[in-house]
Design a protein around this ligand. Sequence first.
Ligand SMILES: NC(=O)c1ccc[n+]([C@@H]2O[C@H](COP(=O)([O-])OP(=O)(O)OC[C@H]3O[C@@H](n4cnc5c(N)ncnc54)[C@H](O)[C@@H]3O)[C@@H](O)[C@H]2O)c1
Length: 269
Amino acid sequence: MKLDGKVAIVTGTSPNIGGGIAEGLAAEGAAVVCVDSRAENAADCAKSIASKGGRALAMTCDVTDDGQVAEAVEKTRKTLGRIDVLVNSAAFFNRKGVLDMPLNEWNQQLAVILGGAFLFTKHVARAMIDGGRKGSMINIISTAGHQGEPNNIAYCTGKSGLLNFTRSAAMELIGYGIRVNSITPTATDPAESLERGARWGRRAPDAARLQEAFKPFRSRVAMQKLPAPSDYARAAVFLASDDAAMITGIDLRVDAGAIAQYWAWDPGK
Ligand SMILES: NC(=O)c1ccc[n+]([C@@H]2O[C@H](COP(=O)([O-])OP(=O)(O)OC[C@H]3O[C@@H](n4cnc5c(N)ncnc54)[C@H](O)[C@@H]3O)[C@@H](O)[C@H]2O)c1
């Protein structure tokens, strides 16, 4: 297994992407700390990993709170002895544009996307340096961080900021042997998160309606199919593992070709 003996912290462990990445890291042998401000998302993710024989801890923590982040990192170190991997995935969606978004909502969204990644990176980097760990950090971006999407101003800005935060932190931490990279997901096929939600005992949403809502994304993207959380998890395992020992400061796009695609080309025609 590629991550045997390693300890990973994953933030934002809903049944969708963060939970998928957490389960993927655990399947490769990592002990995983599932961090979420919603207690059930931390607890259900940890429970699911433990049910498959993995080692996991649940931590309810608001990534925007310096004290709570420091405590989560310290508790991880005390309980599991080390920290090798950090995945910053916590975020929330609030589709508003520059004309209508109130300042407090702009601040709150950036506080989670950028502030949360900053706080976890800072506290985990200190712990890695103290423990002499040559760790790996992974920030979750979005294709919306590479392109101008109308009426999604704080999300697009935050994700774009996180791209260069990644490069900047990578350069700052390179001397300690800590690698910092990012993964860019895009519109994600809902089937796997529905299956994970069901496994975690969540109430099932209308799957057919959800799949219907994703039709335009599927038909307009170069590959004509959408990635699943497990596709992101495999990329995270790679970046977290020693296979990526010489890789830092990159963005690994797992986006079915979305960013490479020429804007006027319609792959469905
Ligand atoms: N869903 C997509 O199609 C998509 C596409 C591209 C990128 N992404 C990115 O992937 C990541 C995961 O997305 P998702 O679809 O699984 O989202 P999600 O909403 O299902 O999960 C996000 C999790 O973050 C948690 N969270 C929010 N604020 C928090 C806070 N202050 N402290 C701690 N936890 C907090 C939420 O409780 C939730 O469990 C995000 O960074 C998102 O921007 C998602």
